[in-house]
Write a protein that binds this ligand. Sequence first.
Ligand code: 13P
Ligand code: SF4
Length: 309
Amino acid sequence: MESQLLKEEILRLKEEKGALIMAHYYQRPEIQEIADFIGDSLALARQAAKTDAKVIVMCGVHFMGETAKILCPDKKVLIPDAEAGCSLADSCDPADLEKFIAERPGHTVVSYVNTSAAVKALTDVVVTSGNARKIIEQLPADEKIIFGPDRNLGEYINSVSGRSMVLWNGACHVHDRFSIEKILEMKREHPGARILVHPECRRQLQLIADKVGSTAALLDFARSDEAKEYIVVTESGILVEMRAKCPGKTFLAAPAEDAECQCNECEYMKLNTLEKLRDCLRDETPEINVDSEIAARAVRPIERMLAMS
Ligand code: 13P
Ligand code: SF4
């Protein structure tokens, strides 16, 4: 079906069902275009917490839908493709984390939002890349902290806050494989370009960045900065909004290590399509549900995050 017709059908179904369509910046351009709200993980959680809509369609990955469902248990939360997972969330199994915590008594557990509901249920406070530094800095200086699952974000927070958090050894397969050599080569070809780096990238990339930040923070930086050209070291979906919000500026997607693949794309994020969005609104499935006992424990660290950021 023509994408215009699909879009019209989606808008009609959205009205009929009283649904709110939310999309992460890594979604396909046509999904970002039709969404009611686009944002980073933090903005999506905040928006879910305050919406009056009866139905939320989370065009993102599973943990984003779970976070919305935990915050709004009475709403129906849909996701266009239930297989849209996250390698970073998968790198932290709740049973393994439970053991890790038991081996380190007296630690506060801080988890990145890119985790399953079961991991959040073991957590004292959740953070996103947009508020991790602010939240960690509010904890007492001598507090012993376990941070997981992203070791790169953890290293970044340790470096800017002077903490020595114990880090879980997890990573995102997209951000962890950007190549510093290729990015430096790109910088030689575009000497005036600023380098924007997501903190899920390796430390060596954080060190050459002009700005390290969440997707929303990188976007805000580009909007207010005077440079004309940027090398963007994160999932390339963010370029859609950067180009839309910064006309006249050039955004170059950083290449990944393996030239053969679209390594700067998250295949989970790209599983959602307009067609699947239409189907999920029409059929009200796949729906995201969270076990009520897990949700009751997981809501506390998420609400604590919202209160602290
Ligand atoms: P932010 O949206 O918080 O920048 O996170 C990026 C990400 O990897 C989401 O999956
Ligand atoms: Fe997870 Fe990485 Fe994809 Fe974000 S980009 S959803 S962290 S796999």
